[in-house]
Design a protein around this ligand. Structure first.
Ligand code: NAD
Length: 237
């Protein structure tokens, strides 16, 4: 197991943790592409796009309620807790996540930008309403006959402009950028280290496997999120 020297979070002023599915692997949330990515065995794309929802919203909700049930049984892991501790100890720590599981917030993090929305968010495109609900199952059909839609960025959806812009601003201005558990093949994940590098940040990648953008990082920790974060967050109050 690698024991590369890692920078300490407490030595930096503006820190961005950029997290992907590997962050939640220790919580039992399945990843897509890494080793053991069990979503591979589901025809995920058939249920996670607007066309499927327009065709059969009840079937799409059945699938998402199954996801709610799976993820709802998962607890934040020590890595989520360590990041929440960093945020509590230092003023300018932000999490930019591709995850939709809400586990950073469950661990106590407040400054979380969810690039791909949330499994716990719903919206009604007919009325423009948005809300959070932890209901399992969530009843997608409304009393007025319209449907709530999972407020997740599905295949073919655009990212929310306000969220992506805030993320890019923070990443361009940070002095420590820590990528954790993302295969970095999905836009905009693949671009994030470029923005951080342009801004002059120190870049750390935490991932047991190499990624297509690993060469952009100053330090690559080929280990689990929890092991690397224990070292990086050492010494925080
Ligand atoms: P991914 O599944 O493509 O890649 C996961 C990465 O995590 C892999 O590179 C793998 O090597 C690494 N990894 C596995 N275990 C790890 C560990 N213990 N510590 C550190 N790294 C570990 O995930 P992605 O890059 O986030 O992109 C896929 C998309 O899937 C994203 O859009 C995300 O929204 C979505 N997704 C989210 C969740 C979730 O909310 N938890 C789960 C699956 C997929």
């Amino acid at each position: 197991m690698s024991s590369v020297e890692l920078p300490r979070v407490s030595d930096f002023q503006r820190v961005v943790f950029f997290t992907g599915a590997g962050m939640s692997a220790a919580s039992g949330v399945p990843t897509y592409r890494g080793k053991g990515g069990i979503w591979k065995s589901y025809d995920y794309e058939a249920y996670a796009c607007q066309e499927a929802f327009d065709r059969d919203p009840a079937a799409v909700w059945e699938f998402h309620n199954y996801r709610r049930q799976l993820v709802g049984e998962c607890e934040p892991n020590e890595g989520h807790a360590l990041i929440a501790r960093c945020e509590a100890a230092q003023p300018a720590v932000t999490i930019v996540t591709q995850n939709i599981d809400g586990l950073h917030q469950s661990a106590g993090s407040k400054r979380v930008l969810e690039l791909h929305g949330s499994l716990w968010g719903v919206r009604c495109d007919g009325t423009g309403e948005r809300r959070l609900s932890r209901d399992i199952p969530f009843a997608g059909r409304r009393a007025d006959g319209l449907w709530w839609r999972p407020d997740i960025v599905w295949f073919g959806d655009m990212l929310r402009d306000d969220v992506i812009q805030s993320a890019l601003d923070l990443i361009g201005q940070c002095d420590l950028f820590v990528s954790i558990g993302t295969s970095a093949v999905v836009f905009p994940a693949a671009r994030m280290p470029f923005y951080a590098r342009q801004g002059g940040a120190t870049l750390v990648e935490i991932n047991p496997e190499e990624t297509p953008v690993s060469h952009l990082y100053d330090v690559c920790a080929r280990e689990s999120a929890v092991d690397a974060l224990r070292r990086m967050c050492h010494g925080l109050d």
